[in-house]
Design a protein. Structure first.
Length: 427
């Protein structure tokens, strides 16, 4: 009896061990087997042990397999995603960017184009402008920023930092620098040289005229003590129009400023205009397939010059100036916007008429300049003709302009001119 009990106990232990082994085997089996009801049969002393994995066990196994799959997916895809992101970032950083730099392989060829002028180093001009700091900045426009600087030898310069998109733009810059340098027009600021650095924007270096800018004189900015009378304003306007007309009509391909402002017009000791800051990248090529391109640049210059004329007449500068001035001029109230420092009401009738003519010309530049109905050559001719009325020779050929302090009237002066036709200065 005791032996039977021991035998039965041994059999039960064996059954428990077998069941445990079967359960572990089921968990390790593929899902296609675990997904079905697994029936295991074992005969122990004619006893059949049946192990059936029910639906609950099957769902648990499916959840376990899904978790394993998700974990495996994350372990595999996460590194792949990181690698792909790094590769994409590398490609973006290596992609060519629109900038003002040049490939170093082209530098030597580009420098040869500027061989007629002095070649400055970027470090030299950086020191001259104190690191291109804001306090040295004179102009910031679509033609690029313009800085005042002092070279190591103490000479004052104006540095024009141009914005270039590619090598072709830089070649354009160099070719036009060469043209302006060779022409050496007396009303274009003298070009001293340039800087073409592969890692920085192109720089054009001008000689700094002695009397600062027209803008500073019109608005009495710091350091300006002398007021521009009407004669000087008319003279500056005439000279500026003449050089713009010359560069557009007599030079091939034409050179346009494309953003003329009073801050781009410098004055020398004789108050003669010296224009700089040309939009060197804006000159159209001689491609006959784009005739409207040249026209648009030309017309922009006419419009911008009209704004400068209004500024010279009114002494004002703001974004609303064209609209405000046009309204007053068109209703016959010019005297309300004329610069008080011109003493319009005290001027002789002939001088008042000249101011009115210039204001009318400025109006036409604004209204018709962009339509191409008024050309810079036309503007130059009108101002030159008007300027003739103000210039006479006295004392053996010296030039002078009648001022308000003179005791004789303008009408008497005109009579003197009419009696001496040889006294009129040719343009």
């Amino acid at each position: 009896m005791r032996m039977d009990s021991l035998l039965m106990l041994r059999m039960l232990v064996m059954e428990f061990v077998v069941l445990a082994l079967m359960a572990l085997l089921a968990m390790a089996m593929p899902m296609d087997l675990a997904a079905s009801n697994l029936v295991l049969r074992m005969d122990v002393k004619s006893m059949v042990v049946v192990v059936i994995l029910n639906n609950v066990v099957r769902r648990n196994l499916l959840s376990l397999q899904a978790y394993i799959d998700e974990y495996t997916l994350q372990r595999v895809l996460a590194p792949l995603f990181i690698i792909a992101s790094l590769v994409g970032l590398f490609c973006i950083l290596k992609r060519p960017i629109k900038q003002t730099t040049l490939n170093s392989s082209h530098t030597n060829a580009l420098l040869q184009k500027a061989c007629r002028t002095r070649l400055f180093t970027y470090h030299e001009l950086q020191q001259a402008t104190r690191g291109f700091e804001d306090n040295a900045k004179l102009v910031d426009s679509r033609n690029g920023a313009i800085f005042a600087g002092v070279l190591g030898d103490g000479s004052r310069v104006v540095v024009h930092r141009l914005q270039c998109e590619n090598k072709a733009d830089v070649m354009n810059v160099l070719s036009q620098i060469e043209v302006l340098y060779v022409l050496a027009h007396k009303h274009v600021a003298h070009i001293l040289g340039c800087c073409i650095d592969p890692d920085n924007p192109p720089l054009v270096v001008y000689e700094h005229p002695d009397n600062d800018t027209l803008e500073k004189h019109l608005h009495h900015q710091k350091g300006i003590k002398q007021t521009l009378d009407w004669y000087r304003r008319l003279k500056i306007a005439t000279e500026t129009a003449s050089v713009l007309a010359f560069l557009q009509c007599e030079v091939s391909p034409p050179i346009f400023h494309n953003h003329l402002e009073s801050c781009h017009i410098f004055l020398d000791t004789n108050f003669s205009s010296k224009v700089l800051g040309f939009g060197l990248l804006s000159s159209p090529t001689e491609d006959k397939s784009h005739p409207l391109e040249a026209s648009s640049f030309h017309n922009n210059d006419v419009y911008d010059f009209g704004v400068v004329l209004l500024e010279m007449v009114t002494g004002l500068k703001n974004s609303d100036l064209p609209m405000v001035a046009l309204q007053k001029i068109r209703i016959g109230k010019l005297e309300e916007v004329v610069d008080p420092l011109l003493y319009y009401h005290e001027k002789p009738p002939q001088i008042k008429e000249q101011i009115e003519i210039v204001a009318d010309l400025a109006t036409r530049c604004l209204l018709f300049g962009r339509d191409g109905k008024l050309r810079m050559s036309d503007v130059s001719k009108e101002l030159t003709h008007l300027m003739k009325e103000n210039v006479v020779f006295v004392d053996g050929g010296s030039m002078r302009m009648p001022t308000i302090e003179e005791t004789f009237s303008n009408s008497s002066l005109l009579q003197m001119i009419s009696m001496s036709p040889d006294s009129i200065l040719a343009p």
